[in-house]
Each structure stands twice: as C-alpha cells, then as structure tokens.
Design a protein around this ligand. Structure first.
Ligand code: GRF
Length: 212
C-alpha cells in the first residue's frame, strides 16, 4: 500500500507537526506530510516544515472578508495535495460546515483535555481549579460541533499536588506527541473509520476510547 498524503494545518509552534514529521514514512505513521498550511505568517511551525523540505504555505484569514471565503480558499489549497488525512494541529480557527463536511471522516483534531470534559480554552487551568485527579488529551473526528466530534483516542496523566498550569501543559503536550500520530496511523491503515457519527474499529463500533 503506498504511503498516504497528510496535510497539516497550524497556527503556531507546531510541536505536534514535528511529531508527525519525525514519524512519517515509518511503520508508526504510514503517510507522509505533503503540505503544512498556516493561517498566520512566520509562525515557528512553518519553519519546521521548511526545514523538513515540506511545502510551507500561509493563507492569512485576515485577508478574507468572511469565514466562508477563507475556508473556501483553504479547501482549494489543501485539495491540491490530494489529502487522505487532514490534521488540525493547534489550528486556531473555527471551520465552516461546508469545510468540515468536505473532509468528513478524514479530518482530525487534538484537544488538550479528556473530552467531553473541558471543551474550549484554558483547559489545564480549569482542570486544576476543579480539583481533577487526571487531565490529558483527546483526538476526535471533526464535525460541525466545536471540540465535539466523535472521540477516537485519549491519553491521560495525573495532576499532582503542586501541579502548575505550565507543568501540566508540558506533561499533556508530551502525551500529545505520541497520541496524535498513533491515532492518525489507525486511520491511515484503515483500522478506524467514521460511519455516520459512529467510529468503527476493525469494522465494529468502538465501545470505549482507545487509550494510548
Ligand atoms: C496543542 O496543545 C493542542 O492540544 C492544541 O493546540 C496545541 C498546539 O501545540 N489543539 P503545537 O502548535 O502543536 O505545539
């Protein structure tokens, strides 16, 4: 089976992107990163892509009159690379229904919480403040619902007594760099798929999130 095409969307640092670059074209990730697209110019993730000789493209959302117009331009650019998989890796934009529908079943996001807990921003701070014992990250298919698409896999870590937002962020990010490519690979090797709103694992509905 030839390696599949992965397009990665970013808005910033790109440490998750780096994890994909490191593993691409191996047994651990049966795909190659064919393009990296950012909605912000000059972010560090674009340099990581260029360093790895991957097309690093900027499409600034501020140049468009509407969300629809930006998403339409983004979609056209992505499709030039015939993606089997589109990865949102710290891409800080809400996507239109049209965009999300176009990539249904091949669009993934990672969110720094154990969804359905803590959708939205400042998840680490909120988990600490609520006295949670555990925090982590989740990978889900993207559908029209923000941070609410069908869950595939999670990784969790404990919140220690002296945990700070920064230390928790670091721990969760380390988990993400393993969790995200590993989950993406399940899709690339066709072990998981999305049918309607249900995740299937080896042709059976997934009963519980996969834990990495
Ligand atoms: C990650 O922590 C991810 O959970 C969130 O955005 C962050 C992106 O970090 N969606 P990076 O740009 O991959 O370093």
């Amino acid at each position: 089976m030839p390696d599949k095409n992965i397009v990665i969307l970013i808005s910033g640092n790109g440490s998750n992107l780096q994890a994909f670059i490191k593993l691409q074209n191996t047994e651990a990730l049966r795909g190659r990163v064919v393009a990296v697209i950012s909605n912000k110019a000059d972010v560090y993730g674009l340099h990581r892509a260029a360093e790895a000789s991957i097309p690093a493209i900027t499409i600034e959302h501020t140049q468009f009159d509407s969300r629809e117009a930006f998403d339409a331009a983004l979609l056209l650019e992505i499709d030039k690379f015939s993606p089997d998989l589109v990865i949102l890796a710290g891409f800080m934009r809400i996507l239109t229904a049209n965009f999300v529908t176009h990539y249904r079943g091949r669009l993934l996001n990672i969110h720094p919480s154990l969804l359905p807990k803590y959708p939205g921003l400042r998840t680490h701070q909120r988990a600490i403040a609520a006295g949670e014992q555990y925090h982590g990250a989740s990978v889900h298919y993207v559908t029209e619902k923000l941070d609410g698409g069908p869950l595939i896999a999670q990784s969790k870590t404990s919140i220690e007594e002296n945990e700070t937002v920064l230390s928790l962020q670091r721990k969760v990010q380390r988990l993400e760099h393993n969790l995200y490519p590993a989950t993406a690979n399940l899709l690339l090797i066709e072990k998981i798929r999305l049918i309607k709103d249900t995740v299937y694992f080896e042709n059976e509905p997934l009963q519980e999130n996969i834990l990495f």
